[in-house]
Design a protein around this ligand. Structure first.
Ligand SMILES: Cc1cc2nc3c(=O)[nH]c(=O)nc-3n(C[C@H](O)[C@H](O)[C@H](O)COP(=O)(O)O)c2cc1C
Length: 230
């Protein structure tokens, strides 16, 4: 093989290995925030949480603590069966077609920034330093109240993870999975005296750009969380 062909072949292999090993792209040094262990007990019953959940669009300027961030992440997508790596929300074939991001604006123990939740390690991977809540509010067609929430969750569907074996049903199953995760998050928030609204009105392309994800990733929900204003 000529040297130029060898170099081209090596580049091809490297590109392939990189794409498989780092589906979210290589970050020079991804900062990792280990979350505290979640709590599997609580004083609010499921019936109370169901009765009290209401969409709230005004929040107090009160910071959220790291335990609460941990609890919300776990409720949305955390591991509830360690041995089998199964999560709190059901998923077709347990293939898990969602990524969960959090824009942190006002939290104790967490710098403002955009993070991705990694269920396996129950940890947050910093994607970007700085407060991106205003950019999310603008991407959400100017729903300005979103920028006032101390945390803004973003649920993103990645249907390609379900493509085998579900083929043309992969996208449908991903959308259904997002509903489960969002409702878990909303109910957990209520149980912690917080409130949410699930937001579906936004520009997909603006959110993809903000998150740095390709067109195969579908932003499905923006979910601001905070202490409701009186
Ligand atoms: C798919 C979907 C998209 C939604 N998008 C928005 C939205 O963009 N902005 C908003 O303020 N509320 C949004 N909502 C919240 C609804 O307005 C709200 O759930 C509804 O008014 C019922 O009120 P409740 O949630 O308090 O029961 C959305 C709800 C769903 C299920």
């Amino acid at each position: 093989m000529r040297t130029s062909n060898r170099v081209a072949a090596l580049m091809f292999v490297l590109t392939f290995v990189t794409a498989v090993s780092f589906p979210h792209g290589i970050r020079a040094k991804e900062e990792v925030v280990k979350l505290p262990e979640h709590d599997s007990t609580g004083s609010v019953t499921l019936e109370q949480a169901l009765s009290e959940r209401r969409s709230v669009r005004a929040f107090q300027d009160t910071p959220v603590d790291l335990e609460t961030v941990s609890q919300l992440c776990w409720a949305a997508q955390g591991i509830s069966d360690k041995a089998r790596q199964l999560r709190t929300a059901p998923s077709a074939g347990a293939l898990y077609g969602l990524d969960t991001y959090i824009a942190v604006g006002n939290a104790h123990g967490l710098d403002a920034g955009l993070y991705r939740y990694e269920p396996g390690g129950h940890e947050l991977l910093l994607q970007e330093h700085g407060d991106v809540r205003q950019a999310i509010a603008e991407a959400a067609l100017g729903q300005q109240w979103i920028a006032d929430a101390p945390l803004v969750f973003l649920i993103v569907g990645v249907p390609e993870r379900l493509a085998y074996p579900y083929r043309d049903r992969a996208e449908r199953y991903t959308l259904l999975e997002a509903g489960h995760a969002a409702q878990n998050l909303a109910l957990q928030a209520v149980a912690r005296e917080l409130a949410t609204t699930v937001v579906g009105a936004f520009s997909d392309s603006d959110l993809r750009e903000l998150l740095g994800v390709p067109s195969s990733h579908i932003p499905l929900y923006v979910i601001p969380v905070g202490v409701p204003a009186q």
